[in-house]
Design a protein. Structure first.
Length: 175
């Protein structure tokens, strides 16, 4: 069975643009939207991510940087790991307790789970032909199981380290 390389190139490009653009918009909103970094920091603190400001800066920088790398198709599995990491943190700190559906009160985790899975797929696809990874000749080396492993491990470990360092949720009051 022949592999349709053009299909892989197109799929990678479409996914990189959609996830990369979404991450950039999300990071931009954290930095320059309504509450800016200080508002984002306060919101993160309310979820137990303390101190909020360093976490807000790291999350914003990761979203902007990973989004740009995905748009360019540069180090695609590592860029996708940035998406996985930020979304795993959001999954655990903000959405898991609200159930699956995003329309539930407090917003469920379906949206962040979908981004995690698409980012993992991007890691497996790699940058493909229409990317800087392709131009640099590293796309084949950074795709398949290698790309997926880099994406899942780096994203998961990054999230775990961040949660260990910053997540201090409020403890329920004793009855």
């Amino acid at each position: 069975m022949a592999v349709d390389v053009a299909g892989i190139d197109i799929a990678s490009f479409v996914l990189r643009v959609s996830v990369g653009g979404t991450l950039i918009a999300h990071g931009w909103n954290h930095a320059f939207g309504g509450g800016r970094i200080e508002g984002t920091a306060g919101w993160f603190e309310s979820m137990g991510l303390r101190p909020g400001r360093p976490h807000a800066l790291m999350a914003t920088g990761t979203e902007l940087g990973a989004g740009l790398l995905l748009l360019l198709g540069l180090l695609t599995p590592l860029a996708a790991a940035g998406a996985v990491g930020t979304m795993v943190v959001a999954f655990i700190t903000a959405h898991l307790r609200n159930g699956f559906f995003i329309f539930r009160p407090g917003q469920g985790y379906e949206y962040v789970l979908m981004i995690i899975m698409v980012a993992c797929a991007l890691g497996a696809l790699g940058g493909a032909g229409a990317s800087l990874d392709g131009v640099l000749g590293v796309s084949d080396d950074l795709s398949g199981w290698t790309g997926l492993t880099i994406t899942a491990l780096a994203g998961g470990l990054g999230a775990a380290l961040l949660l260990a360092a910053f997540w201090r949720p409020a403890r329920p009051e004793a009855p």
